[in-house]
Design a binder for this molecule. Structure first.
Ligand SMILES: *Cc1c(COP(=O)(O)O)cnc(C)c1O
Length: 381
């Protein structure tokens, strides 16, 4: 704290990312990174872009990357927004589509003028109580009122509970950290409900590439049917590029234009030349990524089965991580015991999920190490 901080800086609670250890060598399964390297074509493209042109600003339109996304998903480049990681896109989207609280001076509040009698405050946006913890951070930063909707007993999302007067909805599909996917039909029904209210539905599909359920797939192909739908993807997980910082959003041209307006009010060049080259090459190499992600899914299925055999509770996962609870062992203790064995996973302090751990799916070798450690800790091996 400093007397030079403004009220905003004093009052925000920033997002806390998972640990990135620099000293000790861990089996690192705490931030949902892909265990496989990016496509060799990506490395080649970045190397080729590392040339004298770095003296020039990058393409503010991100044409190369957006065209690759458009070709891959059968949309127009104007329907694609490129961002410095999907977190940045989400931050812009909150600013572009969700209404902020009316800010007024304290004397005005004291006299309860028409602008702050409560009735003119925008309806809150909605997201689950257990979800990606960046959402409340963006809402607070932009001063957007929000309301959290509790997950059901089994940690699923009931989209009917979001069909209320609100300022918009954001849902990750699959949800994090629960790993549970929602049926696409349910999301489209919700988009339909929000449409006459002029409210946007943002679907954060960070983990959708790992969903093998036929009825829980990306809603990108329905973009043209729902004018209020924005789908956000990241290259950090399924494209093994967390270190590059690239993501994209797909929607109709009007919503994409709104994101550009917000971006161009901050920084016109959010993706550098190396990132643009690497991201475009990644999107184009579908075959490579289908192969590595199929391996991740297979490792997940095996891990789920073996964890269950140890009596561990595992939520049904459609992501590249599992959310688990050991019998008779507090989440924090489980976390520390794994850490002692050199395995880094994620534990959340939130009371509702304090007994759970989120473990990212690594290589087969890494999962063998995790399973052996769990066997020892649970005492069945
Ligand atoms: C990892 C993650 C992101 C952020 O991805 P970046 O592109 O690395 O910023 C967004 N949403 C969810 C749900 C995530 O888990």
């Amino acid at each position: 704290m400093s007397e030079y901080w403004n009220e905003r800086t004093k009052n925000i609670s920033p997002y806390v990312p998972g640990e990135q250890p620099r000293d000790r060598q861990f089996v690192k399964l705490n931030t949902n990174e892909n265990p496989y390297p990016p496509s060799p074509k990506v490395i080649e493209a970045i190397k080729n872009a590392a040339n004298k042109n770095l003296r020039l600003y990058p393409d503010p339109e991100c044409t190369q990357f957006r065209e690759a996304v458009a070709a891959r998903y059968g949309v127009k480049p104007q329907q694609v927004f490129a961002g410095n990681g999907s977190d940045e896109i989400l931050g812009f989207a909150f600013g572009a589509f969700f209404e902020s609280k009316t800010v007024c001076c304290s004397s005005c509040c004291a006299t309860r003028c028409a602008d702050c009698d409560g009735s003119k405050k925008p309806a809150p946006i909605l997201f689950p109580d257990i979800t990606y913890s960046f959402y409340p951070v963006y809402a607070d930063l932009w001063n957007i009122p929000f309301k959290t909707i509790p997950l059901c007993e089994d940690f699923t999302i009931n989209t009917d509970e979001y069909k209320i007067n609100c300022g918009g909805v954001i849902l990750p599909n699959p949800n994090a950290p629960t790993s549970i996917a929602l049926e696409s039909d349910k999301l489209l029904e919700l988009a339909k409900y929000l449409e006459p209210l002029n409210k946007v539905l943002i679907i954060d599909e960070a983990y959708i590439a790992f969903s093998s359920a036929k009825n829980a797939q990306s809603v990108i192909s329905f973009i043209d049917k729902h004018p209020n739908l924005l789908v956000v993807h990241t290259l950090s997980k399924s494209y093994s590029l967390a270190g590059l910082r690239a993501g994209f959003a797909i929607s109709n041209e009007k919503l994409i234009e709104a994101l550009c307006r917000i971006r161009d009010s901050f920084n016109s060049y959010t993706l550098d030349r190396l990132a643009l080259a690497g991201a475009a090459a990644a999107i184009a190499d579908k075959q490579y990524y289908d192969e590595i992600n199929t391996k991740v899914i297979a490792a997940r299925e095996r891990t789920v089965k073996e964890l269950k055999n140890l009596g561990i509770d595992v939520l049904p996962s459609s992501a590249n991580f599992v959310f688990i609870k050991a019998p008779n062992l507090k989440g924090e203790d489980f976390f520390l015991k794994l850490r002692e064995k050199g395995i880094l996973v994620r534990h959340f302090k939130n009371a509702k999920i304090a007994d759970y751990l989120r473990i990212c799916i690594g290589t087969d070798e890494e999962m063998d190490i995790v399973l052996a450690a769990c066997r020892e800790i649970i005492g069945r091996g």
